[in-house]
Write a protein that binds this ligand. Structure first.
Ligand code: AKB
Length: 318
């Protein structure tokens, strides 16, 4: 029987992963925590508590008290926000990970840790198309530097202390339940919300800037699959490349127009355009497919149908 701690359960990934984990392990075995209020299905569907991952003493007590066996640490300051407050972002992203790794090292019950890496580990000197798993990595953003350093620490704790930490380099994640905040790939969610709410969207990237994206359901499947795969099949304890589709704002806009013919898009690129130009357009995820048999299910057509349908439903309910 597993007892799972989700840190960052109110965020874009956590709000969906918590529910998926509760379906598998039972509501009372998945402990949702965050520093902000979570949605009612998270709060009412199982244990939920306000908890700050930066407070290592409270965290270790929580882990011991609830006999936690797996930790999903999803809390982070994303790329755009990190550029505005570089030192705070570095402090939060690194120290929160170090707290979790140390606890996993010290508390015997904790058998596995999941920590999200990102395509931000790559940089301007990395090939942008079909970016290999292993290649030049010279990230030029604070977020990217913290993710690359985090990957190195994860591998260090695995090799040195036998902490079974697993990670995915998430591309942009497209979801309708919880909107992301402060990332460079956020446009791929905002565009659907604004299409439904206003019939138009002003994008902070240029029209032809492609980025790798993944529908949230595929991301959740990939994450749970990675955590369940036998340790012997895993060759990496840094972060696996994965992606679903490689798309630009004008391509998503064209897909939206199939459902909302009058949809208008304009472009006002800001500092995030420079970040996007240092990140991959697409990644080679053959290693993840090989090590845990993962493959994405959702293409742009299906993603667009679901996003528009679900956001319309949400809008009429509120
Ligand atoms: C961001 O844009 O910062 C994140 C990411 C790709 O890690 N969504």
């Amino acid at each position: 029987m597993e007892n799972i701690l989700v840190i960052g359960a109110a965020g874009q990934i956590g709000s969906e992963l918590t529910l998926a984990l509760r379906k598998i392990h039972g509501n009372n075995h998945v402990f949702a925590t965050d520093i902000k209020d979570a949605s009612s299905d998270i709060k009412n569907g199982g244990p939920y508590q306000l908890l700050d991952v930066m407070d290592d003493k409270l965290l270790i007590h929580f882990v011991i008290r609830h006999k936690i066996t797996q930790i999903y640490h999803l809390a982070a300051v994303l790329s755009g926000n990190a550029e505005k407050l570089p030192l705070q972002a570095w402090h939060i992203n690194m120290n929160s990970l170090m707290n979790v790794l140390e606890i996993a090292k010290l508390v015997e019950d904790v058998k596995k840790v999941f920590w999200p890496s990102s395509i931000a580990v790559f940089g301007p000197s990395t090939p942008r198309k079909q970016t290999p798993q292993l290649t030049t990595m010279e990230p030029s953003t604070v977020y990217g530097i913290s993710k690359l350093a985090g990957e190195r620490w994860c591998e260090y704790y695995f090799k040195k202390y036998d902490v079974d930490v697993r990670s995915i380099r998430y591309p942009g994640l497209i979801s309708y339940k919880t909107e992301p905040g402060g990332g460079t790939t956020d446009w791929a969610v905002e565009i659907y919300y604004d299409a439904v709410r206003k019939g138009s969207y002003t994008c902070f990237l240029k029209k032809d800037t492609k980025q790798p994206m993944l529908f949230m359901e595929d991301a959740i499947n990939a994450t749970i699959r990675l955590m369940e795969v036998n340790n012997k099949r895993l060759k990496l304890h840094t972060g696996y490349n994965i992606m679903g589709v490689s798309v630009s704002p004008e391509e998503v806009a064209a897909e939206i127009r199939k459902h909302i013919p009058g949809f208008k898009i304009s472009y006002a690129p800001d500092f995030r355009q420079d970040i996007a130009m240092t990140w991959p357009e697409s990644v080679d995820d053959s290693l993840a497919r090989m090590h845990d048999d993962w493959k994405p299910y959702y293409d742009l057509n299906r993603i667009t149908e679901i996003m528009l349908m679900q956001i319309k439903k949400k809008e009429t309910e509120t």
